[in-house]
Design a protein around this ligand. Structure first.
Ligand SMILES: [Zn+2]
Length: 386
């Protein structure tokens, strides 16, 4: 079994292509991690997730500790066996979900007490408990338990929250059981205050982790401020460790963050959008509920090899959503995850080839082209959909 490490293959500007080596396999980076909240990537079989080229998936401590319970997952052989995913799994710490419970939670210096959203039962998470739960789940990558304030917030509140998170990071590290091929990531906090971000990076690198995440972004600050925060933060992060931007984002967010030196992403966007008839493509987004698709026999995307695009046309996908058939969300989730994986593979290949700048320009032009209007028929020579 090999040590947990990230190896750089090539760089272009601040963008990096590399390989993440773990106990559960090697993942090329930059990579997008589909979100498997409750031990399932919603509406997908794990074979379908694998078929899109995903190399690592995410699980949620908060959800799994409440149902079925971390000890149950451990008794059932760990999360890999439980959900049929042999590759690496990253688990979040539960901090973000607990903080978003609002009135249902009570924060103190030691941890958080909260009421389950399922049955109202009382639970408590501390850095130690969160780390133990992630161990019980057999997470390949364990995240530090942290606190993340909603933005905008007063600077004093962001500062106090960041310092609390750094004390919790030290306790999370203390509680982490080191195993060959397993890693733990510290989470940089500090809102959009670059001075606080720099202090947070210093605190985490003093403790020392196998990887570093940027947390507390994509919480309402907007893309420009998010990119500005990355510009001021990522160059301070250790070069030899993987960098993970939590909870981001749209295809355009991912591209911009890779250009700023980020290696790993997770987001519910492609899966959630898929369940609500929204498709991401090389030419922007489409709403399959829209009536203009009712008689459209073109595939969703001619560039995509997913089941939705190779076996069905837009008229059928439209029909499925209008009829509230569960196959609609299944096919569109599949397509969106296939698109996100293809996007990351393309970006990675461009970095290796030294053509990220050109590739990024073509991607952005495609998203902005808006040539999906039925009158334009961007590819009239396609053979009929089988
Ligand atoms: Zn597709």
């Amino acid at each position: 079994m090999s040590a947990f490490r990230w190896v750089c293959e090539s760089t272009e500007g601040r963008a990096r292509a590399g390989f993440l080596h773990t106990a559960h396999g090697v993942v090329p980076t930059p990579t997008f991690m589909p979100v498997g909240t409750v031990g399932t990537v919603k509406a997908m079989t794990m074979d379908a997730v694998r078929s899109t080229g995903a190399g690592i998936v995410l699980g949620n401590t908060y959800h799994l500790m409440l149902r079925p319970g971390a000890e149950k997952v451990r008794a059932l052989g760990g999360l890999h066996r439980f959900m049929d995913w042999k590759g690496p799994i990253l688990t979040d710490s539960g901090g973000f979900q607990v903080m978003s419970l609002g009135a249902l939670r009570k924060l103190d210096q030691d941890g958080v007490t909260f009421a389950s959203h399922i049955d109202g039962s009382k639970h408590r998470l501390t850095p130690e408990r969160s780390t133990d739960i992630q161990h019980a789940l057999d997470a390949t990558i364990t995240m530090c338990f942290d606190e993340c304030p909603a933005l905008p917030a007063p600077v004093e509140a962001i500062e106090a929250s960041m310092r609390l998170s750094m004390r919790w990071a030290a306790r999370s590290r203390e509680a982490f059981a080191r195993r060959e091929g397993y890693g733990q990531f510290g989470i940089v906090q500090g809102g959009t205050e670059l001075g606080l971000r720099a202090e947070s990076v210093r605190a985490l690198t003093d403790i020392g982790f196998e990887g570093y995440a940027v947390g507390g972004l994509a919480v309402g600050e907007g893309q420009a401020l998010m990119f500005a925060t990355l510009d001021g933060t990522v160059p301070l992060m250790p070069e030899g460790a993987p960098r993970y931007l939590m909870g981001v984002g749209t295809p355009d967010d991912l591209l911009g963050a890779v250009e700023r030196g980020i290696d790993m992403f997770d987001c519910v966007m492609p899966t959630r959008a898929g369940r609500t008839a929204r498709a991401y493509t090389e030419r922007g987004t489409l709403n399959l509920r829209n009536a203009r698709h009712a008689l459209d026999t073109r595939p969703l995307s001619p560039d995509c090899d997913c089941l939705a695009c190779t076996r069905h046309d837009r008229a059928y996908l439209h029909h499925l959503f209008r009829a509230n058939e569960m196959l609609g969300p299944m096919l569109l989730t599949w397509h969106n995850l296939a698109y996100y994986q293809r996007l990351m593979r393309g970006i990675r290949a461009a970095i290796v080839a030294g053509d990220l700048a050109g590739h990024a320009g073509r991607l952005r032009a495609g998203w902005a082209s808006d040539d999906w209007t039925p009158d334009e028929m961007p590819y009239p020579d396609l053979p009929p959909v089988p």
